[in-house]
Ligand binder design. Structure first.
Ligand SMILES: NC(=O)c1ccc[n+]([C@@H]2O[C@H](COP(=O)([O-])OP(=O)(O)OC[C@H]3O[C@@H](n4cnc5c(N)ncnc54)[C@H](OP(=O)(O)O)[C@@H]3O)[C@@H](O)[C@H]2O)c1
Length: 281
C-alpha cells in the first residue's frame, strides 16, 4: 500500500515508519512538512501522492498544558483530524487515526472495550474525543486506534524520566492509584500494521498486555529493577501528587476484539519494557 504518515517526527511516528517500510511504500511527513491544521496543505499533499491510506500520528500531546492551551489542543486534535477526514473522504483514502485511553473517565474499573461510552475528564481527552467524533461524522472507512501510556526511543516519556531520576536519587515516590497499560511504540506500530492490513474498519484498542492493568508505581518499580538500580520506590496517592489535569483512575483498554479480528497479539508489558531498556541503556 501507499501510506502517508503525518506527525512522523514524533515518538510513535519514528518507530512506525520503519515497521511499515518493511512491506509498504511510505511517505513520511513531520510537522514542518505537513501541518494538519492547514487544510490547503493537507489537500495539496494528498492530491499529489494519492495514497491508499493516511496514518495520523500528529497530535497535541501535553496533557497538563492542554488545560491552559485548550484551544490549541482542539485545533490540532479536533480540527486537524477533521481536515484529514474531509480530504481523505473526498479522495477515497482510508484514514487511520491514533487516539487515547483518556477518552474514558475511569469509573468502569474493568477494561474498556471499543463499544463503551466515552467521557473524558480533562481538556486533552476532550480534544482527542473531538477528533474521533469529527472523523466518524465524515468517514465510512476508517480506523481509530486507541492506545495508552506510550513510551519509545524517539520522545520524552515515563520510562526515560523514571530511569533518570532513579539514577540520581536513593528514593522516588510514584502514584499507585492510577491503573492502566503501558505500551511500547514498537508494539503499537506492529498493531497498527496488522490493523490496516486487516480491513477491519472501526475502533481498535492496542496496548501491551497487562491482564487487567498495573499502576504507575508497579511500572516504575519494574523500570528500576530491570535497569539494575537499587533506588527505593515508594507508593503515593494521586492526592499527594497534584497535577493541572485530572487523570482517570482506571483506563485499561480491552484489546480482545482487535486480537480476534486482526490476529495481532500484543506482548506482555514486561517483555516490551525489557526489550526497550536493552536497546536504550
Ligand atoms: N504519549 C502517550 O502517552 C500517548 C498515550 C495515548 C495516546 N497517545 C496518542 O498517540 C499518538 C502519538 O503520540 P506521541 O507520543 O508519538 O506524540 P508526540 O511525540 O508528541 O508526537 C506528535 C507529533 O505531532 C506533531 N504535531 C503537532 N502538531 C502538529 C500539526 N498541527 N501538524 C502536524 N504535526 C503536528 C509534533 O510535532 P512538534 O513536536 O513539532 O509539534 C510531534 O512530532 C497521539 O495521537 C497521541 O494522542 C499518546
Amino acid at each position: 500500500m501507499r501510506i502517508v504518515v503525518t506527525g512522523a517526527g514524533g515518538m510513535l511516528g519514528q518507530d512506525l515508519v520503519p515497521v511499515l517500510e518493511s512491506e509498504h511504500e511510505v511517505f513520511a511527513y513531520n510537522h514542518s512538512g505537513l501541518d494538519i491544521t492547514d487544510k490547503r496543505q493537507v489537500s495539496d499533499i494528498l492530491d499529489s501522492i494519492r495514497p491508499d491510506i493516511v496514518i495520523n500520528c500528529a497530535a497535541y500531546t501535553q496533557v497538563d498544558k492542554a488545560e491552559e492551551e485548550t484551544e490549541r489542543a482542539f485545533r490540532i486534535n479536533g480540527l486537524g483530524v477533521h481536515n484529514l477526514a474531509l480530504e481523505c473522504d473526498r479522495l477515497g483514502i482510508v484514514l487511520c487515526h491514533v487516539s487515547t485511553d483518556y477518552v474514558f473517565d475511569g469509573s468502569k474499573k474493568r477494561p474498556y472495550t471499543p463499544f463503551d461510552n466515552t467521557s473524558p475528564v480533562n481538556a486533552y481527552g476532550e480534544s482527542k474525543l473531538a477528533g474521533e467524533r469529527f472523523l466518524q461524522w465524515v468517514m465510512k472507512r476508517f480506523y481509530i486506534v486507541r492506545t495508552s501510556w506510550l513510551y519509545g526511543a524517539g520522545g520524552g516519556n515515563f520510562v526515560k524520566t523514571i530511569h533518570r531520576i532513579a539514577s540520581e536519587r536513593d528514593e522516588i515516590r510514584v502514584v499507585s492509584d492510577q491503573i492502566g497499560s503501558p505500551t511500547w511504540t514498537v508494539t503499537l506500530s506492529e498493531g497498527i500494521k496488522s490493523i490496516i492490513e486487516s480491513e477491519v474498519y472501526g475502533i481498535h484498542h492496542v496496548t501491551d498486555r497487562t491482564d487487567g492493568g498495573i499502576s504507575w508505581f508497579d511500572f516504575a518499580r519494574a523500570i528500576v529493577e530491570l535497569s539494575g538500580l537499587k533506588t527505593r520506590v515508594i507508593p503515593i496517592t494521586t492526592d499527594q501528587y497534584p497535577t493541572p489535569a485530572k487523570r482517570p483512575s482506571y483506563s485499561v483498554l480491552e484489546t480482545y476484539y482487535t486480537e480476534v479480528s486482526t490476529g495481532f497479539s500484543p506482548p506482555h508489558w514486561m517483555d516490551s519494557l525489557r526489550r526497550f531498556l536493552e536497546s536504550f541503556l
